[in-house]
Design a protein around this ligand. Structure first.
Ligand code: AMP
Ligand code: MG
Length: 398
């Protein structure tokens, strides 16, 4: 049995980065990965701006100085000309008039008469001004290649005037669920069946990881059908299946993969998720996830998400945010490293991790309840308050 870290390491090394790229509008760029560094095409701001409403003038300015106010400079207007020895009314975000180098805030002035002000503070050149290039310098790397674009970066890109960014095309994924017992949600219920939970869940997980689903089917436990659909699925960048990879009689996915390609890892030293198959089908990377829904979810996050990040060219694949947090209660580790479903709760003014009472890997209610996973090393003897690694998944988005 392989360790989790070894399998992740292999995924990071072996999944190829997609070579094709495309330009997308910045409004569609969240979740996409930059295939080249994003270089600023201009300085931002392109010229000095006023930081607040006040009066533009030329330094030095001493407390008590009096200026005649000769004109107004609004945001969006081209720069006016400041006559020597005068001030100009100016508003937040307006260009500095030519000849001005300083802005005094409205609150630091007194109206002397209808068209003059008196300064109540001294200022040196540059005060009250956002200088050229203070935010961004032309030619500067705004975001390095391999960055997955988040909402916090969109404003920066837009501020430089760029309307599109160049990204790796989305990884194309074939998703096959298997099991004679599966019914599509919405279908009439018949005895012996269960509704397919993994299919819709994996679709959502794939979308949240930036993948495009190009092939999706729910297959019976039939060796010929499974093999035929795996062969078709090999056109995708990545194949993901659920079920059929343990040692039961109806576990036919493994056999199909072995007929068309190979399995590199089968069984990972992990709870939940031991029967996980990783390999390739006609050269296309293959992940055979276990059928138990919680195992499916956990193995997707650890391995498939990492593979998709690598395929999309992300510079830090396997980047789900982790942080150490204390356990709410004492816990003994299992015979395998375990990811347990936990919630963050406040106890005595600090955040601790409360485990779901029943960690059975068939309970989808535990996943919907949880904020994330806590890692419990095999055989660990943890006391209440001991820190463990926490992986947040509730906030996972596109
Ligand atoms: P398997 O790995 O195919 O032996 O499946 C293990 C367990 O997970 C069985 O109880 C299956 O009924 C269940 N299971 C498999 N696929 C799904 C699915 N798509 N949705 C919900 N449960 C599933
Ligand atoms: Mg099955």
């Amino acid at each position: 049995m392989e360790s989790v870290s070894r399998v992740i390491e292999r995924v990071r090394e072996q999944i190829p980065v997609i070579g094709e790229t495309e330009s997308v509008p910045i409004t569609d760029a969240v979740g996409r990965v930059l295939c080249q560094p994003l270089i600023a095409p201009r300085d931002v701001p392109v010229a000095p701006l006023s930081l607040f409403d006040g009066y533009a003038m030329r330094a030095p300015v001493a407390r008590g100085d009096r200026f005649v106010v000769a004109g107004k400079q609004f945001a969006g207007d081209p720069p006016a000309h400041l006559a020597p020895g005068t001030a100009m009314r100016i508003f937040t975000g307006a260009l500095l008039p030519e000849g001005a180098d300083t802005v005094i805030a409205q609150e630091s002035t007194e109206t002397d008469d209808a068209d003059a002000i008196r300064c109540t503070e001294s200022l040196s050149a540059g005060a009250g001004v956002r200088q050229t290039g203070a935010d961004t310098r032309e030619g500067e790397v705004l975001l390095p290649a391999g960055t997955r674009i988040g909402p916090s970066m969109i404003g920066l890109v837009a501020s430089t005037g760029m309307a599109e960014v160049r990204v790796t095309r989305r990884p194309r994924v074939a998703l096959l669920t298997t099991g004679d017992e599966l019914l599509d949600p919405g279908a009439a219920f018949t005895p012996g069946k269960i509704y397919d939970a993994n299919g819709p869940m994996l679709e959502a997980l794939l979308h949240s990881a930036g993948a495009e689903i190009v092939c999706r089917a729910s297959l019976p436990d039939d060796a010929d059908i499974i093999e035929a659909r795996l062969r078709e699925a090999a056109d995708a960048d990545l194949i993901v299946t659920s079920g059929g990879v343990s040692v039961g009689e109806a576990d036919l996915v493994r056999a199909g993969v072995e007929a068309l390609g190979r399995i590199d890892h089968w069984r990972v030293f992990l709870k939940p998720g031991k029967p996980l198959a990783v390999g390739e089908v006609q050269g296309t990377p293959f992940f055979g996830l276990p059928g138990n829904p919680v195992s499916t979810f956990v193995t997707f996050l650890l391995f498939v998400r990492t593979a998709l990040e690598k395929a999309a060219g992300q510079s830090d694949p396997g980047s789900l945010p982790t942080q150490p947090l204390p356990l709410a209660t004492a816990r003994r580790g299992a015979d395998r490293p375990e990811y347990i479903r936990v919630r963050r709760v406040q106890r005595d003014g600090r955040i601790v991790l409360e485990p779901y009472p029943d960690q059975n890997s068939g309970l989808l209610s535990s996943l919907a309840w949880a904020d994330g996973l806590a890692f419990i090393p095999e055989g660990a003897e943890l006391a209440a308050g001991d820190p463990v690694e926490f992986i947040a998944f509730k906030e996972l988005g596109p």
